[in-house]
Write a protein that binds this ligand. Structure first.
Ligand SMILES: [Zn+2]
Length: 295
């Protein structure tokens, strides 16, 4: 991409010491559809920043008008945490924000003022520490029909219906009748080249779709969030994930090494499941999340 300029959104009196907070954003002017791309609402999901950076360096040309917030929540990012330490609020439960609210709510308000004029919103997220997400698209019931062609076109296999989360960016944009989706990809704190390239491709395809929605013709069947099963470590030890099956169907989640006798044990489900998220491996304790699967 060329012709991009960097801008700053200043949140006055943001910190306890009275200092302001700066939220950087990027503007690429165009005559085509207005698109917003948002990353790192959760401060520990900075893989999205690497994806956006790689997208900006690619040679992709578009007439779309792009507004990009690679780091929506610098307050949480500075301590590498999901929430801002100042008010302990989850940004993605605070949209569309309040002009005179707590810091997180004010960040939402100021960002929303800029992106509410966009017709398309791509909100990028990543999995928690030590978990990798196969790319998955999340929408709310109200916007499902509108976006069911989009999932397959973006090259994403999992189309998930958000159940009870409220006041997300996607939900608030949908209320304004915009096309907004949330995408989970990779692990928040780890830069991984496979999902880095996949993430760049998803951004490019999202822009192409916004330019001409008829390019996406295949509907994807949705998955209800309640049907996703969480698999927990049955004991403590070293977990070696069956990583080539992330995003695929398998019975085997990985292998466990028992520290006491160094014996192996396969972690196997009764039947095949599609693996949505998988632990990256290493030391785990009994009860830790090792996978999220769906039949
Ligand atoms: Zn997130």
């Amino acid at each position: 991409m060329d012709n991009w300029s960097t801008k700053k959104l200043i949140i006055e009196n943001a910190r306890p010491d009275g200092e302001s907070l700066v939220i950087p954003y990027i503007k690429i002017k165009g005559t085509g559809p207005k698109i917003a791309i948002v990353g790192t609402q959760h401060g520990d999901e900075f893989f999205s920043i690497a994806i956006i950076n790689k997208f900006l360096k690619s040679n992709f040309s578009t007439d779309a008008d792009l507004t990009i917030f690679p780091l929506a929540n610098p307050s949480a990012f500075n301590i590498s945490n999901r929430r801002s330490p100042i008010d302990n609020q989850d940004m993605n439960r605070n949209w569309s924000g309040k002009k005179e609210g707590t810091l997180t709510s004010r960040m939402c308000y100021q960002i929303f003022r800029i992106i509410k004029n966009c017709d398309y919103v791509l909100d990028l997220h990543n999995a928690n520490k030590n978990i990798r997400d196969a790319p998955q698209l999340r929408v709310h019931e109200s916007n499902r029909e509108k976006t069911q062609n989009l999932c397959k076109y973006l090259g994403i296999d999992f189309f998930i219906n958000h159940s009870d989360v409220r006041h997300t960016l996607v939900e608030e944009m949908q209320k304004l009748n915009k096309t907004a989706v949330c995408i989970e990809i990779g692990e928040g704190k780890r830069i991984d080249s496979f999902y880095l390239n996949k993430g760049v491709q998803i951004i490019k395809k999202f822009i192409l779709y916004a330019t001409d929605p008829t390019v996406a013709r295949t509907k994807t069947k949705h998955i209800d969030e309640e049907t996703i099963k969480k698999i927990h470590a049955p004991k403590s030890g070293i977990f070696i994930p069956n990583e080539k099956f992330l995003g695929e169907k398998t019975k085997i989640m990985g292998t466990f090494i028992n520290i006491a006798d160094l014996k192996d044990e396969k972690i196997t489900l009764k039947k095949d499941h599609k693996v949505l998220s998988l632990c990256v491996g290493g030391v785990v304790s009994k009860g830790d999340l090792i996978a999220r699967v769906v039949e």
